[in-house]
Design a protein around this ligand. Structure first.
Ligand code: SAH
Length: 396
């Protein structure tokens, strides 16, 4: 018989027990009763105050999210469990991902691999460790080996977001190749081509969570289109296939430069105007000048990074949406998004209603959408659902 490895035990209070039982994998620091012997990134056994076993979790010494539950059972061989979860994640995508060679392969808690993200861009893969436990060298090697087996990629790059690494007290990021040689590639979403450069320029990659919304928006595309947070052309290049005149605006010059290069990868598109500007100022100026559009896309960065700034964020969203609604011709289409988890769908739609009212426009909702299915939403983990995308039409 193989002896079970002894793991440190972390005892949690009744509030944590209720949360775990509900199906949410997090335990906050304030709900931890004791954690003797648990080091950074350790695999631990979780118990209630009466000593009852609740599951196995990743431990963090730094994050407010002290425990991330991996399993309600004992874990004998972590490597095996991780391999199986990666395989399951890949299988799930085979069922739900269409018309793209770029998508999220592993989405952290939503795939039972808390603190791990893997994205695919054609023959390049990108791995990101967001927690002490997943930043472990051996664990990353296990993931890389399984990804190589599944995809035979030309390269696997490690990406790191400095802000998240600071929260987890992890050493400063270094973007680097974990496997193979290739860190640049061209990928195709819904038939539109984009370049991906993992180690140079803007390292964010594409907004893969918007992929299905690009296609949905393109189905309504007509006339003059304006996208004021266009980044590397996600929406713009989709709309340009149907709209004779398209303008992409962003405050980031490198994003616009990449957008322009992306446009060149797609022959047959009309001339696109790329403008470096602050979206708020530009919308104000264009509205004052009486400009009109048939389609406007609003996909700003997250305005509400915490619940505390919700009201300020909603004011920001409202200002943008109000101006956009005023500039749409009758029959015009608004595609409006929020990637702030703290702004709920109800609040977002209410904000839009209030903007429509102030703009004196009658607005019909065509579609209420979320993130693409490769970013699964787990019903009992509300944090996995964050993107809102409303497509609406202005009738008068
Ligand atoms: N819709 C894009 C993603 C947008 S991300 C896509 O699907 O690919 C948000 C973008 O807003 C970033 O490119 C960022 O540079 C830009 N941005 C942030 N603040 C801005 C501002 N005040 N005015 C214009 N662009 C801004």
């Amino acid at each position: 018989m193989v002896a079970q490895p002894t793991r440190p035990v972390v005892v949690v209070n009744t509030r944590a027990v209720a949360r775990l039982r509900y199906g949410h994998p997090w335990v906050y620091r304030s709900d931890v009763v004791s954690s003797e012997g648990a080091g950074p990134g350790a695999m631990v056994e979780v118990k209630n105050e009466r000593g009852r076993f609740l599951g196995s979790a990743f431990y963090s010494t730094a994050s407010e999210i002290t425990l991330r539950l991996l399993s309600s059972g004992k874990i004998d061989k972590l490597a095996e469990l991780v391999r199986q979860r990666v395989r399951d994640a890949v299988e799930y995508r085979k069922k739900v991902v269409r018309d793209t060679d770029a998508y999220r392969v592993v989405f952290s808690e939503a795939d039972g691999l808390p603190g791990l993200i893997v994205d695919r861009y054609n023959d390049d893969l990108v791995l990101e460790a967001l927690a002490q436990a997943t930043d472990d060298r051996e664990l990353k090697q296990v993931v890389v080996a399984e990804l190589v087996r599944q995809f035979a990629p030309a390269g696997i790059v490690e990406r790191a977001e400095p802000r998240i690494r600071r929260l987890e007290k992890l050493p400063p990021p270094e973007g680097r190749l974990l496997y193979g040689e290739k860190s640049e590639t061209v990928f195709t979403m819904n038939g539109v081509r984009y370049q991906y450069r993992a180690l140079s320029g803007q390292k964010t990659g594409a907004f893969l969570d918007q992929r299905e919304n690009y296609a949905a928006a393109a189905a309504y595309a007509h006339g003059d289109a304006l996208d004021v947070f266009c980044y590397q052309g996600g929406f713009v290049l989709h709309l340009a296939r149907a709209c004779p005149r398209v303008t992409g605006v962003d405050s980031s010059r490198p994003a616009l430069e990449q957008a322009e290069q992306n446009a060149a990868l797609n022959p047959g598109l009309p001339e696109i105007d790329w403008i470096e500007a602050n979206a708020f100022d530009l919308l104000k100026d264009y509205a004052a000048a009486g400009r009109q559009y048939d389609m406007i896309v609003l996909d700003p960065p997250a305005f509400a990074r915490s619940r505390r700034v919700l009201q300020t964020a909603l004011r920001g969203y409202k200002e943008l949406n109000l101006r956009a609604l005023k500039m749409l011709r009758p029959g015009g289409i608004l595609v409006t998004c929020s990637c702030s988890y703290h702004v709920g769908e109800g609040e977002f739609v209410e904000m839009l209603a209030s903007a429509a009212c102030d703009a004196h426009r009658s607005v019909r909702i065509l579609e209420k959408r979320g993130q693409s299915k490769d970013h699964p939403v787990v019903l009992t983990i509300p944090e996995t659902s964050y993107l809102k995308c409303v497509i609406a039409t202005v009738s008068i």
